[in-house]
Design a protein around this ligand. Structure first.
Ligand SMILES: *[C@@H]1O[C@H](CO)[C@@H](O)[C@H](O)[C@H]1NC(C)=O
Ligand SMILES: *[C@@H]1O[C@H](CO)[C@@H](O)[C@H](O)[C@H]1NC(C)=O
Ligand SMILES: *[C@@H]1O[C@H](CO)[C@@H](O)[C@H](O)[C@H]1NC(C)=O
Ligand SMILES: *[C@@H]1O[C@H](CO)[C@@H](O)[C@H](O)[C@H]1NC(C)=O
Ligand SMILES: *[C@@H]1O[C@H](CO)[C@@H](O)[C@H](O)[C@H]1NC(C)=O
Ligand SMILES: *[C@@H]1O[C@H](CO)[C@@H](O)[C@H](O)[C@H]1NC(C)=O
Ligand SMILES: *[C@@H]1O[C@H](CO)[C@@H](O)[C@H](O)[C@H]1NC(C)=O
Ligand SMILES: *[C@@H]1O[C@H](CO)[C@@H](O)[C@H](O)[C@H]1NC(C)=O
Ligand SMILES: *[C@@H]1O[C@H](CO)[C@@H](O)[C@H](O)[C@H]1NC(C)=O
Ligand SMILES: *[C@@H]1O[C@H](CO)[C@@H](O)[C@H](O)[C@H]1NC(C)=O
Length: 654
């Protein structure tokens, strides 16, 4: 009884008094309406004074006047507060400027401070404005929800409202002496402790409380976090800010895998976490620019700009110039479509032609093609695909650049994705019918074939990095084709025994191996892990991780692992007496037992090896491919009626 009361009490406090929720990396996926991406909840006074931070961004936004104009603030206030010499003083790059906002107010359910921004380049998108120009003070979701302009149709001169994230203290905070909330922009290397030293007198716990965070919760660069202040802020000296790493760090091969005894490596402080994976679903968002790609341009940039400065806007650094470079290289082998042609082919991107997300079906000269609308930088995908010629990898036939979007034109896969077949809940579609055993083996084999090609037959080799059942499409003959190379990266030649790392973990939950989630380690074994999960899905019909990214309490990450398919398949082949029963329980019920048990077991064994916790225990894709080839040829000889006879005789024998 007491327990009930305290639970209820806790819930009611939590419900009405909760502080703000940290955005995690939800601002990355413009296609998904995460409410926390819209803004901080209006849960206190309807308006208040608040503060934003902004990092000086030459050449455009590096004076008090230009920053004030961008953020709709007052230049005199900025100059005074930050002790600049005048409103036109040049502020060194990356200096954290505190920007006072006299009126942060409730607009519907969210606090915001309105700025307006006139689009200046054809390459700008809601994402680039929110992330690059405004440095994360707004989100694409918030902008899209308040804008009259369609994301496909932005043009230079459009005047868009930019809702900047600010917040007012709740009654609870006010009672605790907090007078202002400052929106601080996290960058590489920041920790809770660092932020606490940056704002004298603000302890780590109060930062955690203000953002409903726990000390273990991972924070991400280019996201805002609230700093609760008891007094007005003064200028910030961030010159001791850990510099952004010049390149993804390279570490020697040491037993960093498997998580070990929870050594919280310093690389995990910012940007590495499960959270992202949950959010960056498969999809088509295509807005991501990866850290490593910037590195490719590092050398070129360094000759133009001071080495330490990583600008967001100037031509050398932005994603688009890289992308247009990619496009220039690509033109040779690809068709460049006119936007009008795409409009005609897709019926003006009509809803009837929408396949899924931002993928449309188009008819070009009588042939079907898939047209994918992407924002931001897509050079990686173009560059990977243009050099690939493999029947199990989706073929890119051309593209079109129009008003900041890239439209990629692919071969059309008539039969949707493996996910549609295995997990679709829609009724009365062709996906109602069930994949047979032979089809499933063929699909697994095709995927391994494609990965084997990527890892071993092209130079440089590529790691797909985002293999999921939604990224495997099926053609008219139910042959698999891998798609969505937005995350793919080349395996760069490194000196012996060195590995690539990223601090920017993106991917799909359930498919990411532990060494990637925990340490950002990128190796071809990452794809092997995902392949193991896919094979398990084909066997069991179960999802890689059974949890919807939108539903439920998103913070409850702990209970999640139990539901991962990789765990389940390891359990099936772990041995013991009742292997046959365990396998039977694991297999997809829709197969109605029509599968060769021995082969199914071999396949489960392969899958479980692929998802080994230690990457050194995983086979190479080439080995998996050979094993699957054998299973495939045995499966082609297998006749479902044999199995029925077999099991009948077994049950008679009992
Ligand atoms: C509100 O303040 C009280 C007292 O400081 C604290 O115990 C409680 O946890 C706070 N509630 C929330 C949701 O932060
Ligand atoms: C997001 O929400 C708006 C309004 O609620 C809706 O019109 C829009 O279709 C939603 N977008 C997505 C991708 O769900
Ligand atoms: C403000 O800057 C001036 C010189 O530019 C310096 O003399 C003064 O000490 C600074 N004040 C503070 C509070 O930092
Ligand atoms: C702040 O904005 C709100 C909503 O627009 C308005 O009602 C209020 O008067 C404003 N307060 C100040 C001090 O400008
Ligand atoms: C900010 O803009 C939104 C819509 O763009 C509007 O509803 C709201 O009233 C504006 N707030 C202020 C304080 O002007
Ligand atoms: C695109 O913008 C133009 C003018 O800016 C407008 O006439 C047209 O209707 C818009 N199209 C869509 C699909 O929003
Ligand atoms: C953009 O819109 C805002 C608010 O609607 C307005 O104050 C501003 O003057 C406009 N800017 C331009 C360049 O039209
Ligand atoms: C800022 O901090 C750095 C290192 O902590 C120090 O060397 C520098 O003098 C400080 N600058 C100012 C203007 O206080
Ligand atoms: C967001 O902007 C930062 C610079 O402010 C840039 O370094 C980063 O790559 C951008 N993120 C994406 C996903 O484009
Ligand atoms: C768009 O392109 C222009 C000119 O190439 C460049 O100056 C600008 O920085 C780019 N903006 C973005 C957001 O990529």
């Amino acid at each position: 009884m007491l327990w009930w009361w305290s639970t209820l009490f806790f819930l009611s406090i939590h419900g009405s008094q909760a502080q703000q929720t940290y955005v995690d990396n939800r601002q990355l996926d413009c296609n998904i309406n995460y409410t926390t991406a819209y803004g901080y909840t209006c849960n206190g006074p309807s308006s208040c004074r608040s503060y934003l931070t902004f990092r000086s961004q030459p050449p455009r936004y590096n004076t008090p006047s230009s920053i004030a104009a961008l953020l709709n603030s007052n230049p005199n206030d900025i100059t005074t507060l930050n002790n600049f010499s005048s409103n036109s003083a040049t502020i060194p790059a990356d200096t954290v400027v505190v920007v006072p906002i006299s009126n942060c107010s409730c607009s519907g359910e969210w606090y915001q401070h309105n700025a307006s921004y006139e689009l200046q380049g054809t390459n700008e998108t809601y994402f680039s404005v929110a992330n690059n120009t405004y440095e994360g003070l707004s989100t694409c979701q918030a902008m899209i929800s308040q804008s009259t302009y369609d994301f496909r149709n932005l043009s230079v001169g459009n005047n868009i409202t930019v809702p900047l994230r600010c917040a007012c203290p709740t009654a609870n905070q006010t009672a605790a002496g907090i007078r202002y909330l400052l929106t601080y922009l996290i960058t590489w290397g920041n920790t809770y402790e660092y932020m606490s030293t940056l704002f004298a007198g603000v302890d780590v716990q109060s930062i955690l409380d203000a953002n409903s965070l726990s000390p273990e919760h991972i924070i991400f660069p280019f996201t805002p976090i609230l700093i609760p202040l008891r007094t007005e802020p003064t200028r910030i000296n961030n010159s001791a800010t850990p510099a952004p790493p010049p390149a993804p760090p390279v570490i020697p091969v040491t037993p960093t895998t498997g998580g070990g005894s929870g050594s919280s490596s310093k690389w995990t402080i910012v940007g590495v976490g499960i959270g992202v994976g949950l959010l960056l679903i498969v999809s088509v968002s295509g807005v991501l620019v990866w850290f490593f790609r910037k590195r490719k341009n590092q050398r070129r940039r360094q000759s133009v700009l001071p080495a330490k400065y990583t600008p967001a806007i100037p031509p050398e650094s932005n994603s688009w110039s890289i992308s247009s470079e990619g496009v220039r290289i690509a033109v040779g082998s690809l068709t460049v479509y006119k936007y009008d042609e795409l409009l005609k082919a897709t019926g003006d991107f009509s809803d009837e032609n929408r396949v899924k997300g931002s993928v449309y079906r188009g008819i070009f000269n009588g042939d079907s093609a898939a047209v994918k609308v992407m924002r931001g930088d897509v050079s990686e995908e173009i560059n990977v695909l243009k050099q690939i010629n493999h029947s199990n990898i989706i073929r890119l036939s051309g593209f079109c650049l129009h008003q900041g979007n890239t439209y990629l034109v692919y071969e059309f896969a008539d039969n949707g994705s493996v996910s549609d077949w295995l997990h679709s809940t829609a009724k009365n579609t062709k996906y109602d019918s069930v994949l047979e055993w032979k089809q499933r083996v063929q699909i697994a084999h095709d995927i391994a074939d494609a990965l084997n090609y990527l890892h071993n037959f092209i130079t440089p080799p590529y790691i797909h990095k985002n293999l999921t059942c939604s990224n495997v499409l099926l053609d008219a003959h139910m042959r698999a084709k891998i798609t969505n190379f937005g995350l793919a990266r080349s395996v760069e030649e490194k000196e012996n025994g060195e590995l690539q790392l990223t601090r920017h973990v993106v991917g799909t939950f359930g498919y990411m191996p532990p060494e990637y989630i925990e340490n950002g380690l990128i190796t071809p074994k990452m794809d092997v892990f995902a392949l193991g999960v896919l094979i398990s899905e084909l066997l069991s019909g179960k999802e890689a991780a059974t949890r919807s990214p939108l539903g439920g309490d998103e913070k409850d990450v702990v209970g999640l692992e139990e539901m991962q398919l990789s765990e389940m398949v390891r359990e099936v082949v772990r041995g013991g007496d009742n292997v046959r029963e365990k396998l039977g329980g694991f297999m997809d019920g829709r197969l109605r037992g029509e599968y060769p048990v021995e082969l199914a077991y071999s396949m489960a064994e392969i899958a479980s090896k692929c998802v080994a916790v230690d990457l050194n225990d995983r086979p190479s894709v080439a080995e998996v491919f050979v094993a699957l080839s054998k299973i495939l040829s045995s499966s082609l000889d297998w006749d479902p009626s044999d199995e029925l006879e077999h099991s009948r005789s077994l049950s008679h024998g009992r």
